[in-house]
Design a protein around this ligand. Structure first.
Ligand SMILES: Cc1cc2nc3c(=O)[nH]c(=O)nc-3n(C[C@H](O)[C@H](O)[C@H](O)COP(=O)(O)O)c2cc1C
Length: 374
């Protein structure tokens, strides 16, 4: 009797679940960093990702169509349906996919990727398909979680799109299907799904230390490792110091205080973009040409943005901690290439800016989005 009862309970649990493709032997995530990639037209998926970001620490990148202001739902979904039809007809032709705004993500930094997209005419929304057509290969071998929102249509064809576009992706099951009517109260569904898939155990990237080094016009962002020397440097920020040339492959600076270093510090070869502490002299080194391992040269981290600008840094540099996760950070990276900065009331502050460094504290509008300068 007990056995029959548990079977009935299992059937009821599966039937009531808001996820599909449930596989009780599903592969789950057991660590590593997570990237969330999403597209949203009417904000349902954006709301879902907002809730997701409250529950796990992950970097988030938004996919945006290159052509702004299109109403995909107008005239009985005319534009949306023709975009999907074009992809369905020629799925292997790049020309079938609508252009998206450039995205700069270093995929090698992530072990897990959560793809969140709306369903359009049973398929994955076209802009997200464009993103995956372009970058799907870079997601090969990674753990992939899929979140789909639709009004009512089941998501199996969207799962098919994801698997077609991310060849070699290690798809974690179940997929999470959130109907439009469930979005406002999706917190519970999301937290259950994170536990089911193991994404709740992914590495807490909020603890990752990142620093920006800027001379006012050029900037480089480094991600630090977790060694005592990196933590010591991070704890003394912000600082303004002189940057100097050294050895034809390094830019160096002397921090305002002594960087403490313990036995956990790592010596090793220093490829381009490496940030290191040369402990005998106490200076920090930014490599724009590779260097070999050297006694007392401890690796602090590596550049994740602006590597090619290291060799052009001059004069006084500001070294500061930067935010660690979130939409603003990844988008800001993309936007830091010749953008115009406006005040909230629409006054132009800078044309073709390279960074927001040096602006007075306040809220600015960059590429239609608010950016805070602290
Ligand atoms: C072009 C287009 C086609 C859609 N097709 C379907 C569909 O076939 N079935 C369905 O249930 N919902 C469909 N929807 C509704 C969306 O999947 C749903 O509202 C989703 O929650 C939207 O997410 P978003 O707000 O993040 O864009 C469609 C929406 C659009 C814009």
């Amino acid at each position: 009797m007990k056995r029959i009862l548990s079977i009935i309970m299992l059937i009821v649990a599966v039937a009531c679940s808001s996820t599909d493709d449930i596989d009780l032997n599903a592969q789950t995530v057991d660590g590593g960093k997570t990237l969330v990639v999403y597209y949203s037209f009417t904000n349902n998926v954006r709301t879902i990702v907002g809730e997701l970001s409250k529950q796990i620490s992950a970097d988030v990148v938004e996919v945006e169509p290159a052509e702004e202001g299109l109403d995909y739902a107008a005239n009985n979904y005319e534009i949306g349906s023709s975009l999907i039809a074009a992809i369905r007809e020629h799925p292997n032709d790049a020309a079938s996919y609508p252009a998206i705004k450039p995205v700069s993500v270093d995929f090698s930094r992530y072990d897990n990727v959560i793809v969140a997209a709306p369903l359009w005419w049973s398929q994955m929304a076209a802009p997200m398909q464009s993103f995956l057509f372009k970058f799907g290969k870079e997601l090969s071998g990674k753990k992939i979680g899929l979140i789909v929102s639709s009004s009512s249509t089941g998501i199996s064809a969207v799962v098919g799109d994801a698997k077609r576009l991310i060849v070699g992706g290690q798809f974690v099951e179940p997929n999470l299907w959130i109907r439009s009517s469930q979005v406002k109260n999706a917190a519970d569904m999301i937290s259950k799904w994170l536990v089911q898939t193991g994404f709740n155990k992914s590495e807490n990237s909020a603890e990752t230390m990142r620093i920006k080094v800027s001379d006012g016009t050029k900037s480089v962002t480094f991600e630090l490792n977790a060694t005592s020397a990196a933590k010591s440097l991070y704890s003394m920020l912000p600082m303004e110091v002189a940057v100097e040339n050294y050895g034809g492959n390094e830019k160096i600076f002397y921090p305002t205080q002594t960087v403490a270093h313990g036995s956990d510090c790592i010596e090793g070869d220093c490829p381009v973009g490496t940030l290191a502490l040369f402990s005998p002299w106490g200076n920090v080194v930014m490599y724009y040409g590779a260097a070999s391992r050297y006694s007392g040269l401890y690796i602090l981290g590596h550049a994740i943005d602006g590597t090619q600008k290291i060799k052009d840094l001059t004069g006084t540099i500001k070294v500061e901690a930067v935010g660690t996760t979130g939409i603003t950070e990844i988008n800001a990276r993309e936007e830091q290439r010749g953008f115009t900065v406006y005040t909230l009331d629409g006054r132009r502050v800078v044309a073709e800016a390279d960074s927001l460094t040096g602006l007075p504290s306040g809220v600015y509008v960059v590429n239609g989005k608010k950016q805070v300068v602290r």
